[in-house]
Design a protein around this ligand. Structure first.
Ligand SMILES: Nc1ncnc2c1ncn2[C@@H]1O[C@H](COP(=O)(O)OP(=O)(O)OP(=O)(O)O)[C@@H](O)[C@H]1O
Ligand SMILES: [Mg+2]
Length: 376
């Protein structure tokens, strides 16, 4: 029986473990926070990432390591990699941890992306504003997630406010992309070099947090899918990648601009559990174990709605046709992802009535922050 060590212990890890149990896999998670979603169902080392004793405890007896969270110290991944296989490669983790490296990689590979400039000092920021123009987005280079560590600059008077908001971190300024839609591509590449691509999914955010994913993306041209796959292929090759990789894009008409990469399973791929022949979680495990990958073909149409800040009543949610519920067991807190619902049906029409119901339930949950949808 193989034991896989996973850095991070959130809901992504929980779903990885759930996908791994039918393959007789065991999991050990390293997660500083007690009571994590993954710790509910698997062994958890609960300690800060700089604890050397925890590193020894974690690595004892694991055959392979991976991540479910990208802001883990890359040194841990490198230390582990001296002894056991670590996938995705630590270089991919290092690249994704710093928006500057990420953008440089896009540039190097000829993948269109928003224009950017360094903004570490006040003078640099002023120069960057001159160069990039407004509107623009100031972002911390490291540590951002769910839209945290970002400020949108619409007019000159926003420059100072954004500067004081994001003090004490390295920053970049990037051009604000007036996108029509946001889409993401999830792919899996195995250590043997086999690759599968899921269809592009369309994503709706509110306050920087993913609220709704429609998959496959409703107005998807084969040319756009092909272009996204070509960009993905370049990234997979350049990073000598194994595992699941997600790329977020801004779509302007038929053009795609890469926003960021995630070297792990991705929230916009949760629909694959019910909505694809093989889930992103199962394929991540197959990929890092060198097993044959499963088909990424969608089964009809799917919609995934994140439950943020509060969870509506379980029975009410499950009464909605086509609904599958995933609750992460986390304490409610504003802006926190507590669970998700996937709807799956043969056609978009069959899905729409259910989606309207779920969106209004998620909107009305006490403390819920609502969901912006295409026509909702
Ligand atoms: N340059 C930009 N132009 C327009 N919108 C943007 C830009 N950058 C970010 N956004 C908006 O903010 C959202 C979050 O940004 P981004 O993906 O960079 O942050 P994040 O904190 O890493 O989020 P997550 O980890 O949840 O994907 C984007 O999905 C998009 O809606
Ligand atoms: Mg993002």
């Amino acid at each position: 029986m193989t034991t896989i060590g996973v850095l991070g212990g959130g809901q992504l890890g929980w779903m990885l473990a759930l996908a791994g149990y039918p393959l007789d896999l065991r999991f050990r998670f390293w997660e500083p926070a007690p009571g994590s979603p993954a710790g509910r169902i698997a062994e958890q080392v609960t300690a800060p990432y700089d604890d050397p004793v925890a590193l020894a405890d974690f690595s004892e007896g694991i055959e392979l390591a991976t991540y479910e969270f990208e802001n883990v110290p890359v040194e841990i991944a490198r230390t582990l990699a001296q002894r056991i296989p670590v996938y995705p490669p630590p270089t991919a983790l290092e690249t994704a941890q710093d928006r500057l490296n990420e953008k440089r990689l896009f540039q190097h590979l000829g993948i269109p992306a928003p224009r950017f400039a360094l903004a570490d000092t006040w003078e640099q920021l002023l120069e960057a504003v001159e160069e990039i123009g407004l509107p623009a987005v100031l972002k911390t280079r490291r540590g951002g997630y769910d839209g945290k560590g970002q400020a949108v600059l619409r007019e000159r008077s926003d420059v100072e406010r954004a500067w004081s908001l994001l003090q004490g971190a390295n920053r970049i300024l990037e051009s604000f992309v007036p996108f029509d839609r946001e889409v993401s591509l999830v792919a899996a590449r195995s250590v043997r070099g086999e690759t599968v691509f899921y269809p592009l999914a369309e994503n709706y955010h509110r306050e920087g947090i993913l609220r709704l994913t429609l998959a496959p993306a409703p107005v998807l041209s084969p040319a756009m899918q092909a272009r996204a796959q070509e960009y993905m292929e370049r990234l997979l090759q350049a990073l000598d990648y194994a595992g699941v990789l997600a790329v977020e894009f801004f779509a302007c008409g038929e053009e795609l601009f890469a926003n960021e990469i995630a070297p792990r399973v991705h929230n916009s791929g949760h629909w694959t559990i019910e909505g694809a022949e093989t889930s992103q979680f199962a394929n991540h495990l197959r990929a890092i174990l060198g097993l044959p990958l499963g088909s990424a073909k969608p089964l009809g149409r799917a919609a995934m709605v994140n439950l943020i800040g509060a969870v509506p009543d379980t029975a009410t949610l499950l009464a909605v046709p086509h609904a599958s519920l995933h609750l992460y067991g986390k304490a409610p807190r504003p802006g926190r992802k507590l669970g998700h619902i996937t709807l799956r049906a043969e056609s978009r029409e069959a899905l729409d009535a259910s989606l309207t119901q779920i969106l209004s339930l998620a909107d009305c949950a006490p403390g819920g922050e609502g969901v912006n949808g295409p026509s909702h």
